[in-house]
Design a protein around this ligand. Structure first.
Ligand code: HEM
Length: 465
């Protein structure tokens, strides 16, 4: 049996170290949460399914009900629906809308660093190594490389909708509606897997992994969404969020977690949220065979993807910098050469320089935020998804469906200077930075002895005179 960590002990997760404190969550507290889940939405889902059946909807993709619409139209007709609706529309007294609006800006302010961190640390490192979560993901089929890109875009759609504006996350707004849809989607996934377990208990090991989409996994996911940027991702790229930024972004996800039935007490303060994230690092990361499948398919899905054609080596280098070699070796990732590390370093120098410039100039900061918001909304929602998704339950778990390692059916990128534009750009930043740094060092080496002569002469004059 695992023993509890002692207060004051030094803990390590990859390149990140911290001290275990009283705020950290011992196993006796978190383990039972694996068997708890969102019963309110589960009951409401059953009621909605009964209403849908009465109205002629079915599992046929063309006849599937829009669960959110059904909930919105019928919440007054049944206690379970009304309770869920009331909870979703009640605004907790700790919500400070101005703070949440500031939190929304954080996502776009450091968009380049946030997106890179989210992909390479959040997905590649944390998500792949969350052993219970990946067991659910591979059973929905959504981690097959054929559909993974679409699912990733859907996740980004949600992230963009909940950071778009204050109106978007308030009841009735697009981000609020999407969050409710996700909550119902999670309930559908759980219900489906548990139904299959009734007749085939070996299909999903509830004893080990807990209930699918359980409370502990949800706390872990919310922590990954909001805390990892602050301590595990941005600082490793040379960007240091301010205390205010940490407070605001965590408060935003405390509210989103509330809408997703994730207990909010783990995100009450920055210190508590940090301790929650760190507790998950210590207790919840275990690399399994399924982790390797999820990681492999995730990388395959991104490699050589037009128009950026990012290479496998660049993804591996970035993942190794952010997650550390130990985890990446366990995930069976390759070891790229120095050029890929240089490209990733170029990315880090760029985001660091941008962050400094944004702190110096609020006008530039506002421009960056607006620019990223427009760019991402049009690239992800309009071009990528061809319109906002309603997050319906597409990849229904079925017997025999469990994703394995897959290729991406792309032919690969022909070698050329501009065949990998992002890496070429980052490499030029690295070379430019290196040239600048060497010039400064050279100037200092040549100039310093000369400069040192002046005070020496001045002193000798005084002493001599
Ligand atoms: C509480 C924080 C969470 C957030 C913000 C969140 C967000 C999302 C979003 C935006 C989607 C839709 C896009 C997509 O299909 O990927 C989604 C779907 C999904 N989520 Fe979550 N999620 C959370 C927790 C979890 C947990 C803890 C699990 C499981 C262990 C999970 C399992 C899934 C599955 C299986 C789907 C896809 C269903 C399908 O195949 O259509 N999620 N989630």
């Amino acid at each position: 049996m695992d023993t509890e960590e002692t207060v004051g002990s030094l803990q390590r997760s990859g390149p990140y170290t911290f001290e275990w404190t009283k705020l950290h969550l011992p196993r006796w507290k978190t383990d039972p949460l694996r068997y708890e889940y969102d019963t309110l939405a589960a009951k409401a889902l059953e009621r909605l399914q009964a209403i849908a059946k009465e109205r002629g909807f079915s599992d046929d993709p063309r006849k599937r009900p829009d669960l959110y619409q059904l909930l919105s139209d019928n919440h007054a007709s049944h206690d379970d629906l009304q309770q869920l609706w009331t909870q979703l529309h009640a605004v907790p007294d700790w919500v400070d809308w101005d703070q949440l609006e500031r939190g929304q800006r954080f996502f776009y302010r450091y968009a380049a660093a946030n997106l890179m961190g989210f992909a390479l640390q959040g997905f590649v490192g944390e998500n792949s190594a969350s052993s219970g979560v990946v067991e659910v993901l591979v059973r929905t089929g959504g981690f097959s490389t054929r559909v993974l890109l679409h699912r990733l875009l859907e996740t980004f759609q949600w992230l963009l909708q909940v950071t778009e504006s204050l109106k978007a996350i308030q009841p009735g707004g697009a981000g609020h509606t999407s969050t409710v849809r996700i909550r119902l989607l999670h309930s559908s996934v759980r219900q489906r897997i548990l139904k299959m377990v009734e007749t085939r208990p070996e299909y999903f090991d509830v004893e080990t992994h807990g209930v699918p989409v359980n409370t502990l996994d949800s706390i872990h996911s919310i922590a990954t969404f909001c805390c990892n940027h602050m301590w595990l991702q941005l600082p490793r790229m040379g960007v240091y969020p301010t205390d205010q930024e940490k407070e605001d972004y965590i408060a935003l996800f405390r509210y989103l977690g509330y809408l997703l039935a994730t207990p909010d007490e783990y995100f009450v303060t920055v210190d508590q949220a940090k301790a929650t994230m760190e507790s998950m690092l210590v207790h919840e990361l275990t690399v399994t065979k399924t982790s390797r499948v999820v990681c492999f398919n995730f990388i395959k899905c991104l490699v050589d993807l037009p128009p950026f054609n990012v290479s496998k080596e660049f993804i591996e280098a970035g993942s190794r910098v952010l997650n550390g070699d130990e985890l990446c070796d366990q995930l069976e990732m390759g070891r790229p050469g120095w050029v890929s590390y240089a490209c990733f370093r170029g990315h880090c120098w760029l985001v660091t320089a941008l962050a400094i410039a944004q702190r110096l100039s609020p006008t530039f900061d506002r421009w960056i935020i607006e620019h990223w918001k427009r760019l991402l909304h049009s690239a992800v929602i309009q071009s990528g998804l061809k319109g906002a998704s309603k997050f319906d339950f597409k990849y229904v778990p079925k017997e025999g469906i469990k994703v394995e390692k897959e290729g991406n059916e792309r032919k690969g990128v022909k070698y050329g200077l501009l065949s990998r534009p992002v890496e070429t750009f980052y490499l030029s930043i690295f070379l430019l930075g290196l040239t600048l740094a060497s010039s400064v060092c050279l100037a200092a080496a040549v100039g310093l002895p000369k400069l040192a002569l002046y005070p020496a002469r001045w002193i000798s004059k005084r002493v001599g005179g």
